[in-house]
Design a protein around this ligand. Structure first.
Ligand code: PLP
Length: 361
């Protein structure tokens, strides 16, 4: 049968698997997608509702109001910012701009599962780099670079491991790259980092011509609004503007994002809640037969003794009303479960369930 044929490689792509939800109508608490347990900033919500009164008018196409708010809060020139329909939008655009047939993109073995999708969609090849003990290894990343390498995808902190590269290591990674290779620092969890030696990547972006930082509001209470942003050098920003959708961020999202960016008190509240319960849950579960990777994000990765025990833990948690993320299917960590940091009640319940399961073994 003659029919339209997708470009080479498209049908080799395994679709993205989102974190599961509970059954419709059930009371299941979702701890599978790293969403905010405190909802959205009330100021963001008010701004969104106000903007919804004018849905008949096209939004301002460059997300100017949002870029100005971000510029002010983060000390960045608004002209160096591009906004997107979620950071996924921007990651796709970067792949489309810098990758093509015959090119390679380097990423970590347990890196974010969107990177292989966008790399293959652009016709390029993904080069996976091993992470000894679930941590990015700068020497191994640099050793994986060839003359065909065009992009390095790095989530920092990483999803699903929660581990991160300290600033000095990030600098060492950049220093080892040819100037024609784009280093994409995906700082999706930056707001949750508490480590002193972390850098969100802005200093590198400012000083270099081949570094981009990508951010999102999704993990800060606005996942449904789809708001991402990036900061890069002029030539990268120019290229992204040329191919992005002319109205790629809707008006309610632009206004919600601007209000959320300025609501630093709400961001601080989320960060403090997360730090408290991330560290509490990590300490509660560590020891016995469970291993919790040290996390700087708003989730933890728990490693079980075997894939079977991890699968049993997933089901036991689900029966108790908590859905978490299995890290086998998307990430190849068959003995792991990624658990988002939720409410105090949810964290106490998860700890109780997993500890009693562990003790019953
Ligand atoms: C969640 C996540 C994103 C995606 O964010 P959106 O803005 O919702 O598209 C990007 N990168 C990493 C590492 C993430 O975990």
């Amino acid at each position: 049968m003659i029919r339209p044929i997708p470009q080479p490689g498209i049908l080799d792509i395994a679709p993205y698997l989102p974190g599961k939800s509970g059954k419709p109508g059930s009371q299941t608490v979702k701890l599978s997608a790293n969403e905010s347990p405190l909802g959205a900033s009330p100021k963001a919500l008010a701004a969104m509702l106000e903007a919804a009164a004018h849905l008949e008018i096209y939004p301002e196409g460059s997300s100017r109001v949002l870029r100005e708010a971000l510029g002010e809060v983060h000390g960045v020139d608004p002209a160096a910012i591009v906004c997107g329909n979620g950071s996924d939008d921007l990651l796709h655009l970067l792949a489309q701009i810098y990758l093509g047939e015959g090119d390679e993109a380097v990423m970590n073995r347990y890196g974010f599962s969107v990177y292989p999708i966008i790399t293959k969609a652009a016709g390029a090849r993904i080069v996976m780099v091993d992470e000894p003990d679930y941590r990015a290894d700068v020497d191994a990343l640099l050793a994986a670079v060839t003359e065909r390498t065009k992009v390095i995808w790095l989530a920092n902190p990483n999803n699903p491991t929660g581990t991160y590269l300290p600033e000095a290591e990030l600098r060492r990674l950049h220093a080892g790259l040819r100037p024609d290779i784009l280093l994409v620092i995906d700082s999706a969890y930056a707001e949750y980092v508490t480590a002193d030696d972390y850098s969100v990547g802005l200093d590198l972006v400012r000083a270099q011509q081949n570094v981009v930082m990508v951010r999102t509001f999704s993990k800060m209470g606005l996942a449904a609004a789809r708001i991402g942003w990036m900061v890069g050098p002029d030539h990268v920003v120019d290229a992204v503007h040329r191919i992005r959708g002319p109205f790629n961020v809707n008006l309610p999202a632009q206004m919600a994002g601007a209000a959320a960016a300025r609501d630093v008190a709400f961001t601080e509240k989320l960060r403090a809640h997360n730090a408290q319960w991330r560290d509490w849950l990590s300490a509660e579960l560590s020891g016995n037969r469970l291993r919790v990777l040290p996390s700087q994000a708003n989730f933890i990765l728990v490693l079980f003794e075997s894939p079977e025990i991890a699968a049993r833990a997933f089901t036991t948690l689900l029966d108790a009303g908590y859905v978490v993320r299995e890290t086998g299917p998307s990430y190849g960590i068959d003995n792991g479960l990624r658990i988002s940091i939720g409410s105090e009640q949810a964290m106490r319940a998860v700890a109780r369930v997993l500890k009693s399961m562990d003790e019953a073994q």
